[in-house]
Design a protein around this ligand. Structure first.
Ligand code: DC
Length: 229
């Protein structure tokens, strides 16, 4: 069977990573969560007090980039590759609301984007990959064989992210999650460098009123078509 590149973009909490993981497991492809890479750099910046509510030390963040090594290691127990920052597993730390509150700002820094895009292109150079993010179909893999652009109502998206954080045991309020999701959408789609936009040849997929099973079946049919089965 031909191996392809599957690019999944879309707004925050539209279920990109859920379907990407399902597809990668089914097709035995590599799955790369590019948001996790931006989150890992954000975590580093927070740990070193390079970003906060009132400050952003862009120069120091850029200077630190060569020393930051982001990698993924597959964890059989969870069924996907977890993210490591300089050999430390940061999978849990990068999912907090605090990281979500700063990650869109960090993602506007062109030097950060250049480093991560180069690494993403290297990871996907042989195909057989499902990658999700904001600029995968437009910048990272503009010639991907299948591009999806996921959308869902803000209400559904806020609720999904809230349920995830509550399940992890975080103490959060639904209103602050919805506010964060909308704020990130705004920054992500209006930034100068590689804003979140639907690629001309991407298929828009609205999963607001769909079960996970329905979503997977419909998307898998698109994959089969792209592979040429
Ligand atoms: O997918 P996520 O919610 O974990 O992504 C976190 C943030 O990272 C998102 O708000 C914007 C940024 N991001 C990006 O700019 N480009 C990507 N390819 C992936 C994520």
């Amino acid at each position: 069977m031909k191996t392809i590149t599957i690019a999944i973009d879309g707004f925050s909490s539209t279920g990109k990573s859920t379907v990407a993981k399902q597809l990668a497991n089914k097709l035995k492809y590599i799955y790369v969560d590019t948001g996790a890479m931006y989150r890992a750099i954000t975590l580093f910046a927070m740990q070193h007090d390079l970003i906060g509510k009132e400050h952003l030390d862009k120069t120091a963040i850029i200077a630190a980039l060569p020393s930051l090594n982001i990698s993924f290691k597959y964890n059989e127990k969870v069924g996907f590759a977890e993210v490591f920052l300089n050999d430390e597993n940061v999978e849990k730390e990068i999912r907090t609301l605090q990281v979500s509150q700063f990650v869109s700002i960090i993602s506007t820094i062109s030097e950060v984007r250049r480093k991560l895009v180069a690494q993403q292109q290297e990871m996907g150079k042989s195909g057989g990959i499902v990658m999700d993010g904001r600029d995968i179909g437009t910048v990272v893999f503009p010639s991907a064989e299948l591009k999806l652009f996921m959308i869902a109502s803000a209400e559904k998206r806020g609720r999904r992210r809230y349920d995830e954080l509550i399940e992890r045991g975080d103490d959060v309020k639904l209103e602050e999650i919805v506010e964060n999701v909308l704020k990130r959408d705004h920054i992500d789609s209006t930034r100068e460098d590689s804003p979140l936009v639907k690629a001309d040849d991407a298929i828009e997929f609205d999963n607001s009123d769909m079960t996970l099973e329905e979503q997977f079946d419909q998307i898998y049919a698109l994959v089969e078509k792209a592979i040429g089965c």
